[in-house]
Structures are given as structure tokens and as C-alpha cells.
Design a protein around this ligand. Structure first.
Ligand code: EPZ
Length: 438
């Protein structure tokens, strides 16, 4: 098969930006009854994005497999391509990235403003070039999304950080190891510190780090390239800097949030769905709650099956860094609570303002009261409504609610959902959802 050159296609389709995605204006969802069947889960968005940035640190090509066909991955490939990385598609989910001729951006790429993970270019560019620039970092709007902990790590490693012409600039003549204790557990700051420290001189000890599976995956990729990172998945990571890293072949872990979303959709419609190709240990905070609510959940080595023959009982969740309940499943879980029996409570400890979906669910008749950092939800029957998708996981929540509601729902601005869910319509339809895109 002739390799597909990402750069050429991107250049031809500048106005459309994305190769796999398409901009949907609205989604029409009609009641479908129980969702049933099996669904294959793609690669993890939040693992793929740091790994793509990390390829910049390596000499020679990296072959990255199990990349999800989603908008954010397309953006990441486009941004890297604009920095001189030769991006070649090998097959649907595998890309070769050769960074031998990569260069640091003289001006920040405007595309960096479209997603949060652009921040990872700062750590990766520091490690590779000693200088990096990104524009105003984008991503879902949950109120403030500070990067003080990223900056704390860069400065401790010997870099200077400044804001120039609305761009964030990092520079270092020499990166050296450091002992850094984060004030708060942050996925992004942990990633950036790892990216900058991996080629710094000497040992770096990172304490109070994020322990998410995507942190472990990034460490596994970098170690395969020749890095010396120990402790990923625990609260302390130790990194011994190395002079060179060599690209390698690597396959991204499955997306636990995508898998969790389909399990929640099955539970809300009283269905029976098996998510295939997942790591059940990543999802135990969710499956534990679903079992308490009365669902029959069966975990095997690479799959999870959920059966719900009646409305589930309400429950309580408190979001927390891994291994706590994932904040990214909080909105879809609230959709399930809205159609469960009795009262449920949600306490959001990570993104205090991640409740923009509430107003939309209320249009469907959901009985939700916001209280401080949380919500109290009285389960009942939802009805179809005209809805506006405010962000990625809120979109997933509204889709679940629409599948479980009586009557037709119309979701406006659904393209947010394409940022993080691969083949969403195809997968939902295969499970029996009545959903069409305009
Ligand atoms: C990552 O965002 C994910 N994004 C988010 O997923 C996810 O919600 C979040 O981690 C938490 O799991 C990507 O991986 C691309 P954080 P990130 O830094 O790294 C505070 C999705 O839907 N904080 O772990 O930006 C911050 O305010 C997206 O897929 C600081 O105070 O999140 C928050 O309260 C949305 N200072 C908490 O830490 C900092 O310097 C966790 O944020 C950094 C963060």
C-alpha cells in the first residue's frame, strides 16, 4: 500500500482541517429502546496526545499504533507536521512520525489554540530544542484551567517561562534534574515535567504526580525509546535524564473514557453491551459504582459486559484523580443518574464548573439541583428536546440522555464530540441507536 502523506492531504484540505472528521451541524436522536451488542474501543485520546508530543524528543521514526481517529489527534498531527515532522499514515490507526527535520515554531501555530494538549509541546520542545512556544491553549471550557504547576516544573528544571505576544514561551540553555513536589495532582503538569526531564542532565524526582493509565503509557513509550523513568502509576516518578532517545514502535492503550461512555449508555437504556479491547482495571472506579446501582457487570481479560434489565438505583460519586472516579465520566454518569431510581449525588473535585450540561438535561425534564461543587439528581423519565452541546463529555452525556428519553432530541454543535469519540455514530447505530447527523 502506498503510504499516505499527512502533510499533503492537510495542505489540500486546509479549510476542512480534518481528514477523518466532518463537521456535523446537528444530531437527531430518536428513542431506540435498549442498546445491545458489542463495541470495539479505540486508542486513548489522553494517552495518544502526550505520546505524539513525545515523539519530538526522539531521533529516527516512531511508529505509533492504535491512534484514535478523532479530531484532537488530527490536530496534533497537523501541528507536528507544521513543525517539520514527517507524518505518514501507515494504516487507519498507525502513523509513522519522523522528527529528524523538526524545528521549533518561530510563531505559535494558531491550531494550538484549539486543544488543551498543545501545552505538551512546551515540555517536548524544551527537551528537544531548548525553546518552545504555544499560543493561547484551548480545550473544553471548565472555567479557569491554570498551568502554574507546569511552569513550576519547567522553572525547577532550569527553564525560563514568559508570555510574549500572547504566546507562552519556554527557554533553557541547559536543563538539569530537580526534585519537584506538585501542589496539586495534575495530569498535564506531570506529562510536561516528564517530557522536559527525560533529556535533562541528572535525576529528577516528581512527587504528588498523576497516576492515570495515560501517564503509565507515556512512560512506557519513552522507556521503549531509551528513557529511564521509574514509578509511573505511583505518586512518585524518578527520571534519570539520557542524552538521546530513539524512536520505536508503540501501541497506545485503549480509551477508558470511551469504553465507560458506552457502558453508561447501555445502563441508561437498560441494555446489554460488551466493550471490547479494554483494560478492565482502568475502569474499576466506574464498574464498582455500576454494580452498586444494580447492573450486572462482568469483567474479563480484555472486555467488560454490562446487563441492565431494569432502571438502576441512584448512587453517589465523587470525582478524584486516578484511581478515583474519573471526572471525564462525571457528565455521562449524571445522565444515567437522571434516569435512575431515587436520588443521586455528584461531587466534582477536579473541574468545579464542569456542569454546563445541567441546563441542557433540565430542558429534557431532568430534576437536577446544583449545590456548591456538586449536584443532587432525582431520577425520572426524560423527554426529547432541542439541546446545545457545550463541551466534549457534556456531549456524551446528552447523547446518552437522548437515547434513553421519550421523543426526539436534536443536539446542536455536536462536533465537540468528534474531538474525543471515534466513529461515534457508527458505533452507536451498531448498538441499535436511532441517530442521524445533519
Ligand atoms: C487532563 O486535563 C485531561 N486532558 C482532561 O480530559 C481531564 O479532565 C483532566 O486531565 C483530569 O483527569 C487531557 O489529557 C488532554 P489536570 P489537564 O492538569 O491535564 C488543576 C477530556 O474530556 N491544575 O489534571 O488539563 C486544575 O485546575 C479532558 O478528555 C492546577 O491548579 O487536567 C484541575 O482542577 C477534559 N494547576 C486539576 O488541577 C495546574 O498547573 C486537574 O487538572 C494544572 C492543573
Amino acid at each position: 500500500m502506498r503510504p499516505f502523506c499527512y502533510k499533503t492531504v492537510y495542505a489540500k484540505k486546509k479549510t476542512r482541517l480534518c481528514r477523518v472528521g466532518f463537521y456535523m451541524e446537528k444530531l437527531i436522536v430518536r428513542p431506540c429502546g435498549a442498546l445491545r451488542g458489542r463495541v470495539g474501543i479505540g486508542g486513548s485520546k489522553n494517552a495518544a496526545l502526550p505520546i505524539l508530543a513525545a515523539t519530538l524528543l526522539c531521533e529516527g521514526p516512531s511508529l505509533i499504533g492504535n491512534l484514535p481517529a478523532i479530531r484532537d489527534v488530527e490536530l496534533a498531527l497537523a501541528i507536528l507536521s507544521g513543525m517539520g515532522v514527517a507524518v505518514t499514515r501507515v494504516d487507519r490507526a498507525t502513523y509513522e512520525l519522523n522528527t529528524n527535520h523538526a524545528f521549533p515554531p518561530a510563531q505559535p501555530d494558531p491550531l494550538t489554540g484549539r486543544m488543551r494538549a498543545s501545552a505538551y509541546l512546551l515540555g517536548a520542545c524544551l527537551g528537544r530544542f531548548g525553546v518552545g512556544r504555544v499560543g493561547c491553549i484551548g480545550g473544553c471550557d471548565f472555567g479557569g484551567r491554570p498551568i502554574d504547576q507546569h511552569i513550576k516544573a519547567f522553572v525547577a528544571l532550569g527553564a525560563t517561562v514568559s508570555v510574549e505576544d500572547e504566546a507562552i514561551c519556554v527557554r533553557a540553555d541547559h536543563l538539569h534534574g530537580a526534585a519537584i513536589t506538585f501542589d496539586t495532582v495534575s495530569v498535564g503538569a506531570t506529562v510536561n515535567a516528564m517530557l522536559a526531564a527525560v533529556r535533562a542532565e541528572g535525576e529528577t524526582v516528581l512527587r504528588n504526580v498523576a497516576r492515570e493509565p495515560h501517564i503509565v503509557d507515556l512512560a512506557a513509550y519513552l522507556n521503549r525509546c531509551g528513557a529511564d523513568i521509574r514509578g509511573a502509576g505511583t505518586a512518585t516518578i524518578r527520571i534519570r535524564g539520557v542524552k538521546t532517545l530513539r524512536g520505536c514502535s508503540y501501541s497506545v492503550i485503549p480509551d477508558m473514557i470511551e469504553a465507560g461512555t458506552y457502558l453508561l449508555a447501555a445502563a441508561a437504556t437498560q441494555g446489554a453491551v460488551t466493550v471490547m479491547g479494554v483494560d478492565p482495571t482502568h475502569l474499576s472506579p466506574l464498574t464498582d459504582v455500576l454494580r452498586k446501582m444494580g447492573a450486572d457487570v462482568d469483567c474479563e481479560e480484555r472486555r467488560i459486559s454490562l446487563f441492565a434489565t431494569a432502571r438502576l438505583r441512584g448512587s453517589t460519586i465523587t470525582t478524584a484523580p486516578f484511581p478515583g472516579f474519573p471526572t471525564d465520566l462525571q457528565p455521562p454518569m449524571a445522565a444515567l443518574f437522571s434516569v435512575s431510581l431515587g436520588e443521586s449525588r455528584v461531587c466534582e473535585t477536579i473541574w468545579r464548573h464542569r456542569f454546563r450540561y445541567v441546563e441542557e438535561l433540565q430542558k429534557m425534564g431532568a430534576d437536577i439541583r446544583l449545590q456548591g461543587d456538586g449536584a443532587c439528581i432525582q431520577g425520572g423519565q426524560l423527554h426529547g428536546a432541542e439541546l446545545c452541546v457545550p463541551d466534549l463529555r457534556a456531549g456524551a452525556a446528552l447523547l446518552i440522555a437522548a437515547c434513553a428519553a421519550e421523543g426526539e432530541s436534536v443536539l446542536h454543535s455536536p462536533s465537540y464530540i468528534e474531538r474525543g469519540y471515534e466513529d461515534l455514530l457508527l458505533k452507536l447505530r451498531a448498538l441499535g441507536a436511532d441517530i442521524s447527523a445533519v
